[in-house]
Design a protein around this ligand. Structure first.
Ligand code: FRU
Length: 540
């Protein structure tokens, strides 16, 4: 039934297409360079081939150019389809021109559904407990802010190919940090450039004059020059109006903005060629430089946390895109580093950002998982949201990262055992059939120096006691001479996340192709003090 409707819509959209072009003098064949149609449906579906060269495509609505981007339009059989929401042009004549091989233009069609809607979120390599974009590419999370019951997740997005280009801000929302709804494009490239990374705040006191509680995004436009820009939304982050006074700041990129209550000022941390610059503003438009912090690269993040939860003993944490961090003090204008730089994160995570305005005060972070999903029409993903805390360890104050407690919403069948050897545990684990898992374990090396947690024949967590490393990352156990590990693992279709030592080290990696059908298993002379395995429900 659905297919029939789809075919009818396809035919009607093709009938509306008229084409124009030039005639090749030698072959007499006509070269169609553009097509036109009256927009009747929500989506335009476009065929992509990775073998085709990138070339410029433009859309004109009723004769006015409204969009320009590059795409590898498939001249013949596409590798996959991408889509663009054209509902705002309904009833208008849309002309699509292409500077590359125009052969594929005739295959572009309108529909109420995206091509591949039937299998959406059920694709074989689609992450089932993480957010990934329906189509195309994602990198950094942007504009993470909670507002009116929703966690907003904007993100660096190429809607037209599964690799980096054409940066837009994509947008998804969640009420519980685990189930996500992709809304669509929030920020489109403009005359100042494509939309690079940035952050979002809620303007509770209407400091900018766009209304109390306006959701304000601060982002980099990457044109011939980089510039910092402002856009605001008064419809719960669904649509944005760009400030007419843009740009508000010169070069550099990736503004992270937050409210600093003691001085009643907005603070921006901006990345500039190997250091971060701290600015202040009263109205989110005029920014005054206050200080610089050397030693950082891309996507600054800066926030305050109580040490061991003590709100009377707070420290500031500054990290860049790699996550390496310094702890210290901040007076609203200048950051005074005390300790670091340290690692808390290792592997695929990059450009993580934390939420502004979370009602219960938790410091919740989402990182970009640099993970490819073989054969899929989309690429990369967001890592599982985690809560950041500062805790005292034998080595000093360190940043910890653990999955948000909302992961329990996804728990399905639970398995639990205590006091097992590694072999016994591997035997018991045979009853676990799912490959979407949230596992917690407390294990200890009783002889030898290697510990491995395996999944489908590959080590997913592996401790090398000779070099003192977990999955390659240097790791120190809390008690000298005792090699006991508290490990939490999230396994999804294409990724593994491991939180070691209650989150002192966070590892995220691509899940290797399976070598055997065996699920979780252990290697090493181990005592498993406790083992909890939760099978997970899909978020889709
Ligand atoms: C980090 C980054 C940012 C930039 C964005 C562009 O991954 O390079 O510095 O704003 O990605 O997509």
């Amino acid at each position: 039934m659905y297919l029939k409707i789809k075919q009818l819509l396809f035919l009607s959209s093709v009938l509306l297409i008229s084409s124009c072009g030039t005639k090749d003098q030698q072959t007499g064949k006509s070269e169609i360079k553009e097509i036109s149609m009256v927009v009747k449906s929500r989506y335009l579906n476009l065929p992509v081939s990775q073998a085709a060269d990138r070339a410029k495509m433009t859309f004109a609505a009723d004769g006015r150019q409204v969009k320009e981007f590059v795409i590898r339009l498939a001249p013949e059989k596409p590798d996959y389809w991408v889509f663009y929401d054209v509902s705002k042009y309904k009833g208008k004549a849309l002309t699509i021109s292409y500077t590359g091989n125009p052969e594929g233009l005739k295959n572009i069609y309108q529909d109420e559904y995206i091509a591949g809607q039937d299998s959406l979120y059920k694709e074989i390599n689609r992450p089932q407990v993480h957010f990934s974009s329906r189509r195309g590419w994602n990198n950094d999370p942007n504009g993470l802010v909670w507002f009116d019951g929703e966690y907003h997740l904007y993100y660096q997005h190429n809607p037209f190919e599964k690799f980096w280009e054409n940066m837009h801000w994509g947008h998804a929302v969640s009420k519980d940090l685990v189930h996500w709804e992709e809304i669509g494009i929030a920020l489109e490239p403009d005359a100042l450039g494509t939309m690079f990374s940035g952050s979002a705040v809620i303007d509770k006191d209407n400091t900018a004059g766009w209304g109390k509680d306006a959701l304000v995004a601060l982002y980099t436009a990457a044109g011939k020059k980089m510039s910092q820009n402002v856009a605001y939304s008064t419809d719960r982050g669904r649509s944005f109006t760009k400030y007419e006074g843009n740009p508000v700041l010169g070069p550099d990129r990736d503004p992270k903005v937050f409210w600093y209550e003691p001085k009643k000022t907005w603070v921006m941390v901006l990345y500039n060629d190997n250091y971060n610059i701290i600015y202040n503003s009263r109205d989110l438009k005029k920014w005054e430089e206050k200080s610089i912090v050397p030693g950082y690269y891309e996507c600054p993040e800066f926030f305050e946390l109580g040490v061991d939860g003590n709100q009377k003993n707070k420290k500031w944490v500054m990290y860049g895109a790699s996550g390496t961090y310094i702890t210290g003090n901040f007076d609203g204008e200048k950051f005074i580093p005390e300790y670091g730089k340290y690692y808390y994160s290792w592997g695929s995570q990059y450009a993580a950002q934390t939420y502004n305005n979370v009602p219960d005060g938790r410091r919740i972070q989402i990182g970009w998982g640099r993970i490819e999903h073989k054969g899929m029409p989309f690429n990369q993903m967001m890592l599982f949201p985690c809560e950041l805390t500062l805790r005292t360890t034998p080595e000093g104050i360190r940043l910890f990262c653990e999955p948000v407690k909302e992961i329990a919403i996804l728990h399905d069948k639970k398995h639990f055992w205590t006091d097992l050897t590694g072999e016994e545990a591997s035997e018991k684990l045979k009853e676990v059939k799912s490959d979407l898992l949230h596992v917690k374990m407390d294990l200890e090396i009783v002889h030898g120096w290697v510990t491995e947690v395996l999944f489908r024949g590959n080590p997913v967590v592996s401790f090398d006691g000779n070099f003192n490393r977990i999955n390659g990352a240097p790791y120190i156990c809390d008690k000298p001479g005792i090699f006991r590990f508290n490990i939490e693992i999230i396994l999804d279709r294409t990724s593994v996340e491991a939180y070691i030592g209650n989150g002192k080290l966070f590892i995220s990696e691509v899940l290797k192709e399976k070598k055997s059908d065996e699920g979780l298993a252990f290697k090493g002379g181990l005592k498993i003090h406790s083992l909890e395995v939760n099978e997970l429900k899909s978020i889709w």
